[in-house]
Design a protein around this ligand. Sequence first.
Ligand code: GLV
Ligand code: GLV
Length: 329
Amino acid sequence: RRRVWVSQPLFDDIVARLDAHFDVIRTAAVTRHSPQAIAAALARADGALVTLNDAIGAAEVAGAPRLRAIANVGVGYDNIDLAAMTRAGILVSNTPDVLTETTADFGFALMLAAARRIGEAERWLRAGHWRQWSFDTLLGGDVHGATLGILGMGRIGQAVARRAAGFRMRVLYHNRRRLADAVERDCRAEYVGFDDLLARSDHLILVLPYSPQARHLVDAAALAKMKPGATLTNIARGGLVDEDALADALAAGRLAAAALDVFEGEPAVNPRLLALPNLVLTPHIASASRATRRAMVALAVDNLLAALGYGPDAGKPPTPLNPEALAVG
Ligand code: GLV
Ligand code: GLV
């Protein structure tokens, strides 16, 4: 029988769909696999179900002659060297669409929490500081009617923009490619340059994919161009932001607040961030509703089965990233 490696415990009832066709090598507990352990697991596998914890490049698949498909459970795939997988004839898939609305909900929640100081207020109340109601406790900034800046206008960015309409926000965006007119109209979003986005946004949200070229795109220089008193929300990847520069901007009061779901060294969090009050911190859970996390695993399993030749989509995985790899294999 062919073999599939599942790198993390996922939803057993969904992963069980693989048992009909494969010997499934499961991982009992959440594990940060070493590169050597990943290489060893892939060496004997025909397919793999992996997550953003698993970094897979040329070295990890060099000794994996049978490997034909990797299904990443997540929309971002900066953990996988796609070009190297294509050269090796390994089809890679991700899980777009099923997480778009859930992730946009969370991005909006974080932006609201940062602007209205919800995390700070809750910590203050729990710490017993609330002695009497007073008029000027924890004054924040408004979200409704403000200008929202969206950096990265893919599916999730567009879903954030659609929510902003209900808050009567003005929506600006910057993206490598400008959207088609009809999509811009549907999102009520206006295309601007990167510097304009920084200068004009009251609330800036990052929703772009990570690549090494985008590392620290939001650095000290970019933060200095932001509107004084603005907020920054990141639901994309931690490496997009220079966290020390962000800590400086928050400590100096240049930015009113920030909200981060992702961190450059996660799960480790820069201690300077942990020490700042005007910062909302969550452990990379933007797509983590029960229904959506199940839908992500189901889509990854669909992709794996189809890439390895089973099911109604045999040979045509629903969300491939490098369909050209099938020709190489
Ligand atoms: C999570 O960060 C994802 O990319 O799905
Ligand atoms: C990213 O790929 C997105 O869906 O916005």
